[in-house]
Design a protein. Structure first.
Length: 211
């Protein structure tokens, strides 16, 4: 199934991070989340995993965060509609993540959120429970000021929200700094908590609030 948020009356929200792992940004995001006592869901870009960054994937899982599949090459599936390509893109990262964290991922996010139904069909064949897009996008990928990221998320906050953030960049595009994302977390998390919300991984939202 394709989800963008979870239907619930409980004040709970999931933070998600795309396009990692990358140095130093994934490390800085993990440090910020540890200080804030928040667990999140990281959608990993397979092509970004190499001998150096693979340790970051292992660390992310070890610290209690959820690992999802963000395909291998970050193709836009409204442009690449070949089902064989989709299966290959999912399968390569599926096997890679299973080898690193000791279990296969069961959540996938299509690059740019496009072609979700096509991706979901391929993912279902691999036993995935959901294809995950988002309901709040502060466009941190474009490096706006940190306060704009915070303002956008807080203004759009709602029960069962899934927030899109980034700890890396598509490897086929210009690498961008994720310093503003890390900076925003220090204010964003307390602001969300001050409104009575708690944090959960996407999988936890699905476990407790499947529509």
């Amino acid at each position: 199934m394709v989800v963008r948020s979870i239907a619930t009356e409980e004040d709970v929200v999931a933070l998600t991070f795309d396009d990692g792992p990358s140095r130093p940004w994934t490390e800085l995001v993990l440090e910020a989340l540890a200080e804030l006592d928040v667990r999140a869901t990281f959608f990993v870009q397979g092509a970004a995993v190499d001998d150096e960054t693979s340790a970051l994937v292992v660390r992310t899982a070890r610290e209690g965060h959820e690992i999802g599949n963000h395909t291998h090459s970050h193709f836009s599936f409204d442009e690449v509609r070949d089902e064989t390509v989709v299966r290959d893109e999912l399968g390569r990262t599926h096997e890679l993540l299973a080898s690193l964290i000791g279990r296969p991922p069961d959540l996938v996010r299509p690059p740019y959120g496009r072609g979700a139904e096509l991706v979901d069909a391929a993912a279902s064949a691999l036993g995935y429970r959901a294809t995950v897009n988002w309901s709040i996008d502060p466009e941190d990928w474009d490096e706006p000021p940190a306060e704009e990221i915070v303002e956008c998320v807080v203004e759009e906050l709602h029960p069962g929200a899934i927030v899109l953030l980034h700890d890396g960049s598509p490897l086929r595009e210009r690498a961008r700094s994720r310093s503003v994302t890390t900076e925003a977390l220090a204010t964003l998390v307390p602001e969300i908590r001050s409104r009575g919300y708690r944090f959960a991984t996407v999988g936890e939202l699905l476990d407790g609030h499947r529509a």
